[in-house]
Write a protein that binds this ligand. Structure first.
Ligand code: UD1
Ligand code: CA
Length: 457
């Protein structure tokens, strides 16, 4: 097998996106487009991968880190000019170079592998990955001669009326003989409607030199989508979402309504878990087996055990054990650590809190900056008073504590093991273990007092 190299084009601004964010950094199912491309290219075992960066160079490089080499294209003079920037690293080397656009997030490694094979078998100097699509507007068209052999690629903006009728398009992915590519690039001119140096012009240059130039047509046309605007971005999102959802379903996850379930690329889900409509799972979320998630539930970067139920709730950057019951309408904020068999009921907010095994906060509570032991019962409406306007303080509730309804625990404060806090208490001092603490005004009943007030008409 010849040496393989890859060039990823990612320097453009992406004017048609109308965005502050550089085009290739726009996420598809939570991951920047260019990273999807790099994920796939990595599977091809290339000797060197060079990403061409320009607009947002630092951000793109920051995103991809050490996974690629980089070449800076200071001015975006076109795709041929972009590839030329990799000359310092690749020029003259023997082997085959695949060029991929950073804005084709759906391209798969298998398709690129087939392209390589086709290229190598035909001993071609250039092979274009092409597709036949219903609406080719905007794409470069593959122009073939009367024998059906590829002659050149014509950009949409430069194409004649007849050429525009061609529905075989350039997907923007190609294999080139590396040495021939860098030689041919020197002859590309910018004499076209956009005044740019077009990479596709290399095809005509090589062809005119009598070299073998071929096309490899893929049937999986959805892979070839180039994202130039937000309409295409949503199309890419829809296709990627279908792909991810289908993979999870094949792995044993039930998704009641896949068209209304959103799973990020890095999410893992165990067997027999059921996702109800309106579930959004993002970041590095890992969900165990036999869980029920949703409807209308958002979970970002959480690790969740088995047989846990989360209904109509939101959870972020936290860990949640097995057999936990959350919601409806609960909010688990970052850095919470919820152990097995816990119940977090309706209108309960947990923030940066440890919640021990078997503990319950069933209704209307705020538990923030807290360490809650195991088998604790937090009564309806009880809260930790963790903030004095400037600093946050810790509330410790030890194992087996019972907090009566509507209690305020003013931090810093510790409720000792097995203690009992009477309903309606405002606790400002530590409560020793096994003690009963009552911190509320004594009730006074004044007999027949209503008549004395003489308020009744
Ligand atoms: C390009 C192809 C077109 C093909 C289509 C497939 C050219 C001239 N045209 O068109 O034939 O059908 O892709 O999606 O190549 N880029 C740079 N530096 C530049 C210009 C672009 O790095 O100076 C990068 C962009 O960031 C982008 C990629 O190259 O990732 C493609 O550029 P874009 O402007 O989107 O080309 P298209 O008009 O889509
Ligand atoms: Ca494009």
């Amino acid at each position: 097998m010849p040496n393989r190299y890859a060039v990823i084009l990612a320097a453009g601004q992406g004017t048609r996106m109308k965005s502050k964010l550089y085009k290739v950094l726009h996420p598809v199912c939570g991951k920047p487009m260019v990273e999807h491309v790099v994920d796939q290219v990595e599977k091809l075992n290339v000797q060197e991968m060079v990403t061409i960066i320009g607009h947002g160079a630092e951000m793109v490089q920051g995103q991809l880190g050490g996974r690629s080499h980089y070449a800076l294209q200071e001015q975006q003079l076109g795709t041929a000019h972009a590839v030329m920037q990799a000359a310092g690293m690749l020029e003259g080397k023997e082997g085959v170079t695949i060029v991929v656009c950073g804005d084709t997030p759906l391209i798969k490694a298998e398709t690129m592998e087939s392209l390589f094979k086709h290229h190598e078998e035909l001993k071609a100097k250039a092979t274009i990955l092409t597709a036949r699509i219903d609406d080719p507007a905007g794409y470069g068209r593959i122009i073939r001669n009367e024998k059906g052999l590829v002659e050149k690629i014509v950009e949409h903006k430069d194409a004649s009326e007849d050429e525009r009728k061609v529905n075989e398009i350039n997907t923007g992915t190609y294999c080139f003989d590396n040495a021939a590519l860098f030689e041919a690039l020197k002859n590309v001119s910018n004499d076209n409607v956009q005044g740019e140096y077009y990479l596709p012009d290399v095809i005509e240059i090589l062809k005119k030199q009598g070299e073998i130039v071929t096309a490899f047509q893929t049937n999986t046309i959805e892979e070839t989508l180039g994202v130039n605007d937000r309409v295409a971005l949503s199309e890419a999102e829809r296709i990627m979402r279908t792909r991810l959802n289908e993979a999870h379903m094949r792995n044993g996850v039930t998704i009641i309504d896949p068209s209304n379930t959103y799973i990020g690329t890095d999410v893992e889900i165990g067997q027999d878990t059921v996702l109800y409509p309106g579930t959004i799972l993002t970041g590095k979320t890992i969900i165990g087996a036999e869980c029920h998630i949703g409807p209308n539930t958002e979970i970002d970067t959480c690790e969740i055990g088995d047989e846990t139920v989360i209904r109509q709730s939101a959870a972020f950057k936290s860990s949640i054990g097995s057999h936990v019951n959350i919601g409806p309408f609960a909010h688990i904020r970052p850095e919470s650590n919820i152990d097995d068999d816990v119940k977090i009921g309706n209108f309960v907010e947990i923030k940066k809190a440890v919640f021990g095994k078997g503990s319950k906060a069933s209704h209307l509570s705020y538990i923030g900056d807290a360490e809650v032991g195991s088998d604790v019962n937090i009564g309806c409406g009880s809260i930790t008073v963790n903030y004095d306007g400037k600093n946050k303080f810790l509330t410790k509730i030890e194992d087996g504590v019972f907090i009566g309804c509507n209690s305020n625990l003013v931090a810093p404060v510790t409720i000792g093991k097995g203690a009992y806090v009477a309903a309606g208490s405002t606790i400002t001092k530590d409560v020793p273990g096994e003690a009963l603490s009552i911190a509320r005004a004594k009730q006074v009943n004044k007999e027949n007092y209503v008549a004395k007030l003489n308020l009744k008409k």
